[in-house]
Each structure stands twice: as structure tokens, then as C-alpha cells.
Design a binder for this molecule. Structure first.
Ligand code: ACO
Length: 322
């Protein structure tokens, strides 16, 4: 056994769609401003009572089916989420129960928008050191619960959804490299300033909401994504020409275009789905991956680079042959 390989993908978007025009009714914004600055056209919003675990289960079922497996063949579930159902137990354990899996290991990873890359890294190491195992990795988010719908600076940017992959050991090339980074020195540029250990203060009686310095996040994201892509490709002797697809975190179109430009990749080789679902944090990369696999863009054997950036700050890449 040499590689952890993705053998199935799946995704799920909630039924309810909120368009930019819908937001015009409640916010001082416009469809034109949102499209122009972000490329976002609509976002999906989870129904009342629909949790991150519910969306994760739908995406997971599709990934398990695509892999030709049954849920009981899963040995480990890793769920990347910023918006868990409960403080505890982990969303991964809730997903395990809802999938009807009698026995397996399960845990959550919290690295915000980079969570899926961090989770893939964990799955890769698990499979390579404990061969023969099957791992379900899910990114799932109900960002709508931590968005202040009265703040036009953030409300237009986020959405809900889930994406999943199943990985197994393989002699055929799969995951080639993962790289993870974090820099906690700028936490206040992008955060939800409430929590368990410090307490929820009186100012958040309606909820705990995302606060962001958009310009600073934009500059930092573009800078580190360029460096991270170079680190991965140069470190493994891969020419940019040999890369078939780039799947960046679907935060907004301007970050995606800037990241592609830094890599010298034409936009035809970049998977873009942010128009359809906005920024779904840890779910955005597996959502985009599944959409591009199912519509036939990504084919067996092609070389794909994933790159993510998120609060923390955290960022990272994963390079694999599909
Ligand atoms: N509709 C209309 N006007 C708006 C809106 C809105 N939704 N939001 C802000 N504005 C206004 C501002 O108030 C400002 O008005 P002013 O000039 O009168 O003061 C004007 O538009 C320009 O504001 P900026 O913040 O400078 O707009 P900018 O061009 O930087 O675009 C954006 C904002 C889209 C958030 C950009 O900074 C960005 O892409 N940042 C990256 C942040 C991001 O994607 N974060 C997601 C989480 S992190 C991650 O996932 C990577």
C-alpha cells in the first residue's frame, strides 16, 4: 500500500435558496455589487432544525454510494466543521449514529475554511500508517447560524452545505502531498468573538456572529495561497503545466482569480462553484470537487491541487491524482 486514494465523492446543498435579489429586500446592497465584488449569485440556507450533521449525512451517503461501499465498511469518520450541532459530542459521532454505523472511530476537526485540507491530511496519515482502512472525510457547515443577517459586509458572503469523500488504501497514486499552516497572530481580523470558555456576553443575545476585516483578509489570503501552491508544486517537482485542475476554497471570485493568476493557470482549469453556494467554509472544497467530478470535468488519473485559507489564520494545500 502506498497511497490514500479518493474512491467516492458526494455533496449536499439545502433546498432553500437565498438570491442576491432576496437580500436586496433586507439589506442596503445590490445584486450587481455582490456579483461584481464576489462572484456570488445565490446561497443555500439550512431549514429550521436542519443541522450540520444532517447535511453531512446526505453528502456522506452519496460519497459512500459512489465508492460502491456500504456505511458499515467505514473505519474512521473525520468531520471538518466550524458549526457543530452541539458543544459535544462531536458532529462526527452524530453522523456515525445517523449513518447507522455500529462501530468506528469518529472525531471533528476545527480549522474553519481550511478544515477539509486538515481532515484530508489526518485521513492520509491514518490510511498510510494503518493500511487497509476506509475513511470518510466530510466538510459541513451551517454558516447561516453565525452570520449577522443585518450586516451587509458579511451576510452576502456565506452559505450552508456539505461535501464528502471516501478514501481507501491503494497501490495507484492518490494523495501525493498535504501541507498545513497556521498563524494565530491575527485572530481578530476574522472571528466570532464569543465562545464557551470565555462565555457568551450580553451583546450576543441574538447569537454569536462573524466579524471580519474584508480587505485585510483578502490581501493575506492571496499572498499565502500563492506561496502554498509554490511550496507544494516545487516541493514535489511538479510543473504547473502538468496540473489538470485547481480547486481553491470557494470564498469569492476575486480571491480565486488572484490565486489562479499567481499560479499562472488559465481559469478553464480552475473549478468555480462559489456563484451557486457562496462561502461554505470547510464544505466549499469537497462541494466543488464533487460537482466537478459528477459533471465530468475531473477525470480518473488527473492531477488536482486543492488550496484553502481561513480564519486562524489557517491555510494549506492537498495534491492528488483522482
Ligand atoms: N453591498 C453594498 N455595499 C457594500 C457591501 C454590500 N454587501 N459590503 C460593503 N459595502 C460597501 C462598504 O461599506 C464600502 O462603502 P464606502 O466606500 O461607502 O465605505 C464599499 O462597499 C467598499 O467596501 P470594501 O470593504 O472596501 O469592499 P471590497 O472591495 O474590499 O469588497 C469584500 C469587500 C468582498 C468582503 C472583500 O474585501 C473580500 O473579498 N474580502 C475577502 C474576505 C472573504 O472572502 N472572507 C470570507 C471568509 S475568509 C475566507 O473564507 C477566505
Amino acid at each position: 500500500m502506498s497511497f490514500a486514494r479518493i474512491v467516492g465523492t458526494g455533496s449536499y446543498l439545502p433546498e432553500k435558496v437565498v438570491t442576491n435579489s432576496d437580500l436586496e429586500a433586507t439589506l442596503d446592497t445590490s445584486d450587481e455589487w455582490i456579483r461584481d465584488r464576489t462572484g456570488i449569485e445565490r446561497r443555500h440556507v439550512a431549514a429550521k432544525g436542519q443541522g450540520s450533521s444532517d447535511m453531512a449525512v446526505e453528502a456522506a451517503k452519496r460519497a459512500i454510494e459512489a465508492a460502491g461501499l456500504t456505511a458499515n465498511e467505514i473505519d474512521l469518520i473525520v468531520v471538518a466543521t466550524t458549526t457543530p450541532d452541539k458543544i459535544f459530542p462531536s458532529t462526527a459521532c452524530i453522523v456515525q449514529r445517523k449513518l447507522g454505523i455500529a462501530e468506528c472511530a469518529a472525531y471533528d476537526i476545527q480549522a474553519v475554511c481550511s478544515g477539509f485540507i486538515y481532515a484530508l491530511d489526518a485521513a492520509d496519515r491514518y490510511i498510510r500508517t494503518d493500511g487497509g482502512k476506509t475513511v470518510l472525510v466530510v466538510g459541513t457547515e451551517t454558516m447561516s447560524r453565525i452570520v449577522n443577517w443585518n450586516d451587509r459586509g458579511t451576510a452576502v458572503l456565506f452559505g450552508d452545505g456539505a461535501g464528502a469523500v471516501v478514501l481507501q488504501a491503494s497501490e495507484r497514486a492518490g494523495l501525493i502531498a498535504t501541507h498545513m499552516h497556521a498563524d494565530g497572530s491575527m485572530e481578530e481580523l476574522l472571528h466570532v468573538p464569543q465562545g464557551i470558555s470565555l462565555g457568551f456576553d450580553a451583546t450576543c443575545s441574538d447569537g454569536a456572529f462573524i466579524e471580519m476585516n474584508g480587505n485585510a483578509v483578502f490581501k493575506r489570503a492571496v499572498g499565502v495561497l500563492g506561496a502554498a501552491a509554490r511550496e507544494t508544486l516545487d516541493g514535489h517537482g511538479i510543473d504547473r503545466k502538468d496540473l489538470d485542475w485547481l480547486i481553491p476554497h470557494q470564498a469569492n471570485m476575486r480571491i480565486i482569480k488572484a490565486a489562479a493568476k499567481k499560479l499562472g493557470l488559465p481559469m478553464e482549469r480552475v473549478v468555480v462553484t462559489v456563484d451557486e453556494h457562496a462561502n461554505t467554509s470547510a464544505a466549499s472544497i469537497p462541494l466543488a470537487l464533487d460537482i466537478a467530478v459528477r459533471d465530468g470535468r475531473i477525470k480518473s488519473g488527473e492531477l488536482v491541487l486543492l488550496e484553502a485559507f481561513g480564519a486562524g489564520f489557517t491555510w494549506g494545500t492537498a495534491l492528488f491524482r483522482y
